[in-house]
Write a protein that binds this ligand. Structure first.
Ligand SMILES: NC(=O)c1ccc[n+]([C@@H]2O[C@H](COP(=O)([O-])OP(=O)(O)OC[C@H]3O[C@@H](n4cnc5c(N)ncnc54)[C@H](OP(=O)(O)O)[C@@H]3O)[C@@H](O)[C@H]2O)c1
Length: 254
């Protein structure tokens, strides 16, 4: 939250053109952030930016494929140029295998490039200035699939992101730079459009992202009930094997 006398915090948000990222942009705008919105679909980003900030001073759209090193560098440089500094980097952009099994997909490793390499590389780009200012926050959007093995390559990316996030947080303790991980369960977005499960909308994750920015957390699982799945997977993995097989055979089609 900002008052007229405090400068607005500046957040770079990837994957802002739909789903959780779009909802997070709305929530953070409502809470007074200046935003740099990134994704590949520029038309969607620009429409959202216009809606949130008709004056065009506070919300900026930048087209970026986060898997592309030049686009990543341009995104961070553009945020610096527009606002002079970055208070928060929110690594939300993510993909999964569109349909079928990962080993049949034409380029399964792209999931790792978008979901894991990109957050690491973007973090590397913003860290020097954050560490110099002794101020900043990296928020990574993981997944329950980063604790409960569910989908080969997608889980590999989210287990990796979870490990990165939790250890980076420890590496930066005392530096003034916070690291938080937000791990959603199934949420109704374009990513889960083929899933036949009851799911909450993305606003619940958007609020969690905005909340951790105000009060940093090691990891937040949303909805909270999914913490039980993680616990169950540790205590009785055989039971979870059966549940996942049921979901795969019947109601969930990724
Ligand atoms: N929905 C769920 O059930 C669920 C559960 C757990 C975790 N998550 C995580 O939540 C995050 C957001 O997903 P979502 O559910 O909101 O899905 P979504 O609606 O499909 O949104 C994904 C976003 O990522 C962007 N994106 C994809 N590839 C990109 C790339 N190469 N470069 C830049 N942007 C890219 C997309 O924009 P463009 O296509 O315009 O580039 C879009 O804005 C992901 O990290 C996902 O893994 C989702």
């Amino acid at each position: 939250m900002t008052s007229p006398t405090t400068p607005r915090p500046v957040a770079v948000l990837t994957g802002a053109s739909s789903g959780i990222g779009e909802a997070a942009a709305r929530e953070l705008s409502r809470r007074g952030y200046a935003l740099v919105l990134a994704a590949r679909r520029l038309d969607k980003l620009e429409a959202l930016a216009r809606q949130l900030d008709p004056g065009g001073q506070r919300v900026v759209a930048v087209q970026a494929d986060v898997a592309d090193p030049a686009d990543r560098a341009h995104l961070i440089a553009e945020a610096q140029r527009r606002f002079g500094h970055i208070d928060a980097l929110i690594n939300n952009a993510g993909i999964s295998i569109a349909s079928g099994m990962w080993w049949d997909a034409p380029d399964p490793l792209r999931v790792l490039h978008v979901n894991l390499d990109a957050p690491i590389e973007l973090t590397r780009l913003v860290l020097p200035a954050m560490r110099a200012r002794r101020h900043g926050h990296i928020v990574n959007v993981g997944s329950v699939a980063g604790s409960v093995a569910f989908q080969g390559i997608y889980s590999a990316s989210k287990f990796g992101l979870r490990g990165f996030s939790l250890s980076l947080r420890r590496e930066l303790l005392g530096s003034g730079v916070n690291v938080s991980l937000v791990s959603p369960g199934f949420i109704r977005t374009e990513l889960t459009q083929n899933a036949k499960l009851p799911m909450p909308g993305p606003e619940i994750v958007a609020r969690a992202i905005a909340d951790v920015l105000e009060r940093p957390r090691r990891e937040v699982v949303v909805p909270g009930g999914y913490r039980l799945a993680t616990l169950l997977d540790q205590l009785a993995p055989g039971l979870v094997d059966r549940a996942v097989a049921l979901i795969r055979r019947g109601r969930y089609r990724a």
